[in-house]
Design a binder for this molecule. Structure first.
Ligand code: ZN
Length: 324
């Protein structure tokens, strides 16, 4: 090891600097312009669907913006500097996105880990959750369905009785929705969400409103949907939190087998502690700072393991998450 490498390792043990991330963006047929117009991201086009804010996927990664890791993708950072994370997975386990749905996304469902392992070459299933950042008046999301038995589910699908089958729920800004595997779901047009999810990509499409995209319908996965959809669906109200509180503080929104997700309101100063496991942060409103580093809406950063106490100050709202 050279002298400079030695010094780098010494600096990194007890590394005490937030790691800011530059997102990856995707262009989608249903995307819009809010990621540029509302969040200020420097990205071209009128079909910007997703900001992969904290991402370590082979087809898109966020990249460190500061410090000795500047320019390094999160996938590489996780595999080469595990001491920053304090966790042991083959790959970085979470994925944080902001999604701008200008038009309706297709109606879909994700398998759980067991089904995905067996039917998708050992892949992980997907559990995800949404925090509504912006939506039109009268907005809704698809969460669940109305079939009472698997037989009824299959016949409704076969007969194309989609409006009977699909359950839409009215939502407002600051609603939080947990989507377990097996839950029929879709983001509807006019809704912007921050999504926290398992780092997995296995999606079964149930219905795409018979739309043509470039002259073709998108592929559906009818049989796999029939296998994995939970019947009957969970009551929608048990998956939704109306997070209207504006007082300073930290609120746990959901704790599941893969992640804990919190909402943080800062109106003055507030301390968060990071011990043996890293924490992920996304600023979703306002501005302020973390230990003197400026923060604004649309910023995403990691506090490394053993960072200790961090002071958030200003007037802002954040989503904080950590793996389970
Ligand atoms: Zn999904």
């Amino acid at each position: 090891m050279t002298g400079s490498e030695n010094k780098k390792v010494a600096d990194i043990n007890g590394y005490r600097e937030p790691i800011f991330l530059e997102p990856h963006f995707t262009h989608n047929i249903w995307g819009g312009t809010k990621l540029r117009d509302v969040f200020g991201y420097n990205v071209e086009g009128d079909d910007i669907g997703e900001c992969w804010a904290i991402a370590a996927r082979p087809n898109g990664r966020s990249v460190a913006k500061n410090g000795p890791f500047k320019g390094m993708g999160l996938d590489e950072l996780y595999s080469s500097h595990r001491e920053l994370f304090g966790s042991q997975h083959d790959k970085f386990p979470l994925l944080i996105k902001i999604i701008d749905a200008k038009s309706d996304l297709s109606i879909q469902v994700h398998p759980d880990d067991d089904y995905a392992r067996e039917h998708e070459n050992g892949s992980l299933g997907k559990t995800e959750c949404w925090y509504v950042l912006d939506c039109d008046d009268d907005a809704s999301l698809v969460v669940g369905h109305n079939a009472t038995s698997r037989q009824e589910l299959c016949s409704m699908m076969d007969e194309g009785r989609w409006s009977d089958l699909i359950r839409e729920v009215k939502i407002k800004k600051n609603d939080f929705i947990q989507i377990d595997p097996g839950t029929v779901h879709a983001i509807k047009g006019g809704v912007v969400v921050l999504e926290t999810q398992q780092n997995s990509d296995i999606t079964y499409r149930l219905y795409d409103y018979d739309r043509l995209w470039n002259g073709k319908k998108r592929e559906l996965h009818v049989e796999k949907c029939k296998d994995v959809i939970t019947v009957p669906a969970k009551d929608a109200s048990s998956s939704i939190v109306h997070d209207t509180d504006t007082e300073q503080g930290i609120r746990l929104l959901d704790s599941c087998a893969y992640y804990d997700v919190y909402r943080i309101n800062v109106t003055d100063t507030l301390e968060v502690e990071t011990d043996s496991l890293y924490k992920l942060f996304s600023v979703i409103e306002g501005e302020g700072s973390v230990d003197g580093y400026p923060l604004k809406k649309g910023d995403h950063f990691i506090l490394p393991a053993h960072y200790g106490k961090a002071t958030l100050s200003g007037n802002m709202k954040l989503i904080m998450s950590m793996e389970e």
